[in-house]
Write a protein that binds this ligand. Sequence first.
Ligand SMILES: Nc1ncnc2c1ncn2[C@@H]1O[C@H](COP(=O)(O)OP(=O)(O)OP(=O)(O)O)[C@@H](O)[C@H]1O
Ligand SMILES: [Mg+2]
Length: 413
Amino acid sequence: MAQNEQTSYDTLFGRMAVEQKLCTEDEVRTCQDERKKRASEKPSTLEQLLLEKRYLTLSQAERLKVSIRESRDSSNQIPGYKVLGKLGSGAMAVVYKAKQLSLDRTVAVKVLPKKFVQKSDYVERFYKEGRLAAKLNHNNIVQAIDVGEVGGLYYFVMEYVEGKTLYDDLSKGKVFSEKEALEVVIQVANALAHAHAQGLIHRDVKPKNIMINKDGVVKLADMGLARETSDVRAAKHEQGKAFGTPYYIAPEQIRGEMDIDGRADIYSLGGTLYHMVTGRVPFDASAPAEVMKKHLKEALIPPDHINTALSAGISEVIEVMMAKDKKDRYKNMEEGIVDLQAVRDGKPPLIARQRFNLEALGELEDGAAVEMPNEKSLRTTEEALTKYKMMVIILAALSAVLLLAILFLALSR
Ligand SMILES: Nc1ncnc2c1ncn2[C@@H]1O[C@H](COP(=O)(O)OP(=O)(O)OP(=O)(O)O)[C@@H](O)[C@H]1O
Ligand SMILES: [Mg+2]
């Protein structure tokens, strides 16, 4: 292999070793540095160094080489496209940067592994949703271009986005300011409102599917990429992957309900906003099943309890977006956008506030005590208590005086 080719192979080898969780980023970096140091007197490949330092076993390295070979072979079979390199990979697929030869433009091609596509009704939905998505045209949606199959390999061609994903920022521990987060989320909300109006539900809104291009424009990815019929199965696919689907999945998707609508996307977008402004996923646990249980049963810690710098308004909006029962959420994305924009503009989120009042009214009708933990009501309670205490003291003093008078009269007789 020529020097240049070897270097790009090493980069791919290192990236895939980390993606497949065989070694850590630090271990790969250490070996890359070592490789550069040795370049003149004792040239070594990244693979040799990872083996030498025992970061990788011999059989792991062999398996890794096979999967690199397989993905290269398969991606080069797609007619009309020339693969330029790998962009990344997720739980279900590998994404390549490619040249669409007919139009001489750069695109991204997502290739699905055979085992995934073999599921009975998946192929049908893959084509149906892919074609529907290709008809969408929105500045905040990664444009779907083509879907196809070659030699049993299914691929999804889309607009190439030069930039980063929201996950890249969050995984570095970035906590967004309220305003910055809202600017991003409103763009995603606009993308969703457009897709929902055309009858497409995303079903997998999460930081990894939100890209920000180099001009700062937000692009929702994987719109029209059909998911598994069972969202629980799809979620389990992503087991062990930090920030995988279970962190943002809507309760009705976990329950496997069939009539999933746009409100599931509203929940997931609410979860994403929660993560952006608090630095934490809404529900965390060591196993995906536990996370899903919490989505179903556990009350959400209000975001402004975690980050006290947040306004009450943004907290209310997130809580409505993430209501466990979809009936308690915004009834559609447009409604959500009205409140998100209001908070961004420093105004109260009127729809969310109305929801909260209705909820309190519902509790009153049920005969339950309504908690109103606002400052005003607390002050009123305190004032009443002080008055009560004063009255008790006066009564006690009067009784004592009366008792003394009786005693005095009785003794003086
Ligand atoms: N249109 C695109 N343009 C540029 N890069 C892309 C594009 N689509 C995806 N990528 C890159 O490819 C990576 C893998 O994408 P993919 O959708 O397969 O997985 P994911 O969304 O990151 O995770 P998961 O499989 O857990 O849903 C992304 O993280 C992103 O870096
Ligand atoms: Mg994706």
